[in-house]
Design a protein around this ligand. Structure first.
Ligand code: ADP
Length: 434
């Protein structure tokens, strides 16, 4: 049995392989270019494994397979809704069987504590079960229209392109796959380049569950190459994306410029928490603490600003600071640890830069503010008080930004005040003047 602190050799012993290739038409294959890219463990900074780097040529193959699988007389299209339910439930039981594998891979690739990764697996199972029940419940209307018969018929749109980020790799995949499979679409997914491993394991499980070839395809690779090829593709009928506002705009534009494919974007927020004077300070501070620090602050809805009524301000700051100081940061496989590393070195440096700017602009550092050790990308849970809305830390999202050529650009960040998007770390703001 695979242990919590996953050892890839144990994985290989269980499965006779480690899936690091692209998944196209139910086969694991190398990228056409032969290229690979590294994925690192953010808790150690060490390479986990190299993964195939797909780009346009591979996306073309995947889309062709997905299109073929969606053909009117294909095996997939001929399945009844309840047969799709059965397949999704079979996938659920395989996820349940491999719960420890998925949680371990996720913790290793993303850095989140094992208990949180395990909860993500649980949530994935619940989500697939939920959508398994929807296969036969999308119904059309009959419309009174005089002596003509008017009715609507709901049909799957076809090939769906799916592009996801690194903060909840397995859950993001689930939220995209489950509804698309329930209604009978076929899928070309690109996981985030920082966290490709659970998606590849899920691809293997989808094959084992019996999804016909081409229904699910996974292309690991970078955004401006593989991701762009998806959003620009003429044979993709819909693109769904979770990530930054900036890339969301690019995707919407690409969809419009290509075939006017449907677009669904899930972007982010620099979400404020507001605490009124009649709140129970202990309860409110506990909620605000979890709102920010869960998943290392790396959630689109992380409560990265907290506005507190001045009557309870000092009391609240003291309580919130105590909670942040008590939060244990470290090895995500240690059961007592609540917080692992940030996703990568780039992000760690970005957060440290924002902390520096908070200090320089006159916010009061209540606790934290420093990197922990020099192995992995850990940062102390950090709280600023006496922040005003003009300060950079109150206005800007803490996030990574791409340059055009697939590597991260250093020291550039998102500067639009009212564009909310939070992959936001460790900084909690308290503004007296609100
Ligand atoms: P985050 O801030 O969460 O890293 P991004 O929006 O930068 O969010 O990335 C989310 C996903 O979008 C990742 O899978 C990334 O590879 C992909 N992506 C990045 N740039 C592009 C692009 N130009 N076109 C399509 N997808 C992209």
């Amino acid at each position: 049995k695979l242990l919590k602190n996953i050892d890839l050799r144990l994985y290989v012993r269980r499965y006779n392989c480690f899936n690091v290739q692209l998944f196209i038409n139910n086969e694991f294959v190398d990228a056409k270019s032969g290229k690979k890219f590294p994925t690192y463990n953010p808790a150690t900074g060490k390479l986990i494994v190299e993964v195939a780097e797909g780009d346009k040529a591979d996306v073309d193959l995947a889309v062709a397979a997905a299109k073929q699988a969606f053909h009117r007389n294909s095996e997939w299209r001929k399945l009844s809704p309840l047969q799709r339910t059965d397949l999704i439930l079979k996938l659920c039981s395989l996820i349940e069987r491999d719960r420890d594998v998925l949680a371990s891979l996720e913790t290793q690739d993303n850095g989140k504590p094992y208990a949180e990764a395990d909860f993500d697996v649980e949530a994935a199972i619940m989500t697939f079960k939920y959508y398994a029940g929807w296969t036969d419940k999308f119904v059309g209307d009959t419309i009174p229209a005089g002596d003509i018969i008017a009715q609507t018929l709901k049909e799957p749109v076809g090939v769906v392109g799916q592009i996801i980020p690194w903060n909840y790799p397995l859950l993001m995949l689930t939220w995209k796959w489950a509804p698309a499979l329930a209604v009978g679409c076929t899928i070309v997914m690109k996981p985030a380049e920082q966290t490709p491993l659970t998606a590849l394991h899920m691809a293997a499980l989808a094959k084992e569950a019996g999804f016909p070839a081409g229904v699910i395809n996974v292309i690991t690779g970078y955004g401006p190459t593989a991701g762009a090829a998806i959003s620009e593709h003429h044979d993709i009928q819909k693109v769904v994306f979770t990530g930054s506002v900036e890339i969301g705009r690019i995707i919407m534009e690409a969809a419009a410029h290509s075939n006017l494919k449907r677009v669904t974007l899930e972007l982010g927020g620099k979400s404020p928490v507001v605490v009124f004077e009649d709140a129970d300070v202990d309860v409110a501070a506990g909620i605000a603490h979890e709102a920010l620090f869960s998943n290392h602050g790396q959630s689109c809805c992380a409560g990265s600003r907290t506005y507190v009524h001045e009557k309870i301000y000092d009391q609240f700051v003291a309580k919130a600071t105590a909670l942040a100081k008590a939060r244990k940061v470290g090895n995500p496989f240690d059961e007592t640890v609540k917080q692992g590393p940030q996703i990568d070195e780039e992000m760690m440096n970005k957060v440290l830069g924002y902390i520096e700017s908070g200090k320089q602009q006159g916010a009061k550092l209540q606790c934290g503010g420093k990197r922990i050790g020099n192995v992995g990308y850990f940062i102390e849970p950090t709280i600023f008080s006496d922040v005003n809305d003009k300060m950079k830390i109150a206005q800007e999202e803490v996030r990574l930004e791409y340059n055009k050529f697939a590597k991260f650009s250093l020291n550039s960040f998102f500067t639009h005040r009212f564009w909310p998007r939070t992959i936001n770390l460790q900084i909690q703001f308290f503004g007296r003047d609100h």
